[in-house]
Each structure stands twice: as structure tokens, then as C-alpha cells.
Design a protein around this ligand. Structure first.
Ligand code: PBG
Length: 331
């Protein structure tokens, strides 16, 4: 038997660091990361987010310097979220061309033209009730998110972001049909080269907790289970991914990442599109909390987590760890 010990010794390939590097299957580079950022129209100085150590809301006046800092570290892409001055039931401030996101897009693109700027398209940061769509009352008096009415607002917001200079539009609302609606709207305005990164597979997750602080969103009533996916479902993820691909998505996202590595793998095996994974706020904060309590080494935990997401099949990782990870990779 020549396929067994002592002829076969897997440890031979682990003897030295360079041997291990030679046979390493999964790589990480700063260009794999998309850094999420929060721009707040009401600020004049950065405002640290207490539940996300190292992450701040920024005033738009800091957008240029931030873009340069990211470029210096080799990070090639950002995704922007906005905190408007005013909120209403329809999220109108999300379509304001003078809002924090379009202004930050323009500033970042003029400072670093090659930076790939992605904008999150969703009304939850702009609605006073905190839901990802426009509400309507059913006959029995209960409230639901009106899918088709929401599509019109999303299309308007996407156009506004494209006009500001965004390279990629990323709808995160989980309304049915929004990729097709946004594609149609972009094409009608001659933005046919602007790509769509669809949050195709987005679960109703507790791991978004710290993010709600980051964007000052409180959900007034109910939860997001009527539009975000049930945590127990994987086949449904493939259905969502296939639909968004058919509607014209250029890239597909799975979110969150760590509790759904199996789903990332399954989506990877079914599509030829680039697959992104969002290593969300709660996944970020729990590493920081554990490290602060002396339970694990932060840098090593960051690299292990990011490697696991890439190994599961993600091409891109949206992560608040991007800056630290890029520093670690840079030596
Ligand atoms: C919705 C949106 C959310 C996140 C990204 N886009 C919150 C939600 O759906 O409740 C979460 C990101 C994170 O937790 O880091 N606009």
C-alpha cells in the first residue's frame, strides 16, 4: 500500500514557511476587500461608533483624505452609506443629490479616480420608521413593506448615485424585482456601463446589530423577516441568486458571511459571476470584543476569518477589517 503511512507524510509540505506558502490554496490581498464607510450630513468632525471600535462616521469634508488613505494601503474599493439630515416615511432624503452619499462619491472619485466606489441603495437610512421600503397598511390594519412602490424609489436613488459618479450600485433592500428595475432605470439614462452588485442573498440576521448604531437606524415596528431571508434556508438562496443573475446583476452577494459559509460555497458553485460576501458589523464587533477581553489575538483572528470567507468561495469581501488586514498583509 503506497497511499499510506510511512510512505505518505502530509507533514512534508508543512516543514518550512516557504514550503507552506508554495502549497497554500487560498490567498488574501488588499484588492479583495471593499471597505464600508459612513458619511453623516450632520457632522463636522469624525464620530467614532462605540460598538464598532476603529470605525467612525465621517463628515463629507473628510471624503477626499479618506480616499487617499485607502489607496495608500492598497484598498481599491469602498461601499458608502449615508446618514441624512432628515428622515420621512418615504425616504425622500435618500434621493437628494445634495445628500451625504452623492457628495462623498464625487469627492472620493475626484481625489482617487481609480477607486471603485460602490453605493448601498436602500431606503432604511432615510425612512423615519427604519424599514427598507415604503409602508402600506393591509385591510386588517397591519403594516407591510410595499414591494412595487419601493422599487420606484430605489430606481430613483440608483440614478442619483450614478449621476454622482458611483461605479457600482448595490441594492440591499431585498425587494423582489429590484435588480431588473434598477438596470432598466440606469440603461434609460445611458448608465449601461454602471454595474449592479446585488445583495442577492441577505438573511434576517442579529449580526447587523452594531450597524444600526452606525447609521442611526431604529426599526419603529416589526422586523425585517418579511423581506430578508429565513436563516434556515439554503435552497432559497440559490433561487434568489439565480433570479438576480437573470435580472442582470453583475455580481452577487451573500450576507452575513460567517454563519453562512455553506451558502457562499453553494452560490459559488452555481454561478459564474463574481461572488461577494459581507463580513457584517456584528462579525466585526465580536472579534474586537473577544480580543479586548483577552480571549483571542485580534490580528490572527482577522486573518483566519477573512481566509475562511475566501476559502468558502467569495471573490470579494466587504469588511470593516479591511484597513487592519491590509496593514497586516503589507508587513
Ligand atoms: C440595509 C443594510 C444593512 C446592512 C447593510 N445594508 C442593515 C440591515 O439590513 O438591517 C448591514 C451591514 C452590517 O451589519 O455591517 N441598508
Amino acid at each position: 500500500m503506497n497511499n499510506a503511512f510511512p510512505t505518505i507524510r502530509p507533514r512534508r509540505l508543512r516543514v518550512t514557511a516557504s514550503m507552506r506558502a508554495l502549497v497554500r490554496e487560498t490567498t488574501l490581498a488588499p484588492s479583495d476587500f471593499v471597505y464600508p464607510m459612513f458619511f453623516n450630513a450632520a457632522l463636522t468632525a469624525p464620530n467614532p461608533i462605540a460598538k464598532m471600535p476603529g470605525v467612525s462616521q465621517f463628515p463629507v469634508s473628510h471624503a477626499r483624505a479618506q480616499a487617499k488613505l485607502l489607496a495608500e494601503r492598497g484598498i481599491k474599493s469602498v461601499i458608502l452609506f449615508g446618514l441624512p439630515k432628515t428622515k420621512d416615511p418615504r425616504g425622500d432624503s435618500g434621493c437628494d443629490p445634495d445628500g451625504p452619499v452623492p457628495r462623498a462619491v464625487a469627492e472620493m472619485k475626484s481625489a482617487v479616480p481609480e477607486l471603485v466606489v460602490i453605493t448601498d441603495v436602500c431606503v432604511d437610512e432615510y425612512t423615519d420608521h427604519g424599514h427598507c421600503g415604503i409602508l402600506r397598511t393591509r385591510r386588517d390594519g397591519s403594516v407591510e413593506v410595499d414591494n412595487d412602490a419601493t422599487l420606484e424609489v430605489l430606481a430613483k436613488m440608483a440614478i442619483m448615485h450614478a449621476k454622482a459618479g458611483a461605479d457600482i450600485i448595490a441594492p440591499s433592500d431585498m425587494m423582489d424585482g429590484r435588480v431588473a428595475r434598477i438596470r432598466k432605470a440606469l440603461d434609460a439614462e445611458s448608465f449601461e456601463t454602471i454595474a449592479i452588485l446585488s445583495y442577492a442573498v441577505k438573511y434576517a440576521s442579529c449580526f447587523y446589530g452594531p450597524f444600526r448604531d452606525a447609521v442611526n437606524v431604529t426599526i419603529a415596528c416589526g422586523d425585517r423577516a418579511g423581506y430578508q431571508m429565513d436563516q434556515a434556508n439554503a435552497r432559497e438562496a440559490l433561487r434568489e441568486a439565480a433570479l438576480d443573475e437573470a435580472e442582470g446583476a453583475d455580481m452577487l452577494m451573500v450576507k452575513p458571511a460567517l454563519p453562512y459559509l455553506d451558502v457562499i460555497r453553494a452560490v459559488r458553485e452555481r454561478t459564474n459571476l463574481p461572488v461577494a460576501a459581507y463580513n457584517v458589523s456584528g462579525e466585526y464587533s465580536m472579534l474586537h470584543a473577544a480580543a479586548a477581553a483577552g480571549m483571542l489575538d485580534l490580528d490572527r483572528a482577522i486573518m483566519e476569518v477573512l481566509t475562511s470567507i475566501r476559502r468558502a468561495g467569495a471573490d470579494l469581501i466587504l469588511t470593516y477589517h479591511a484597513i487592519r488586514a491590509a496593514e497586516i498583509l503589507g508587513g
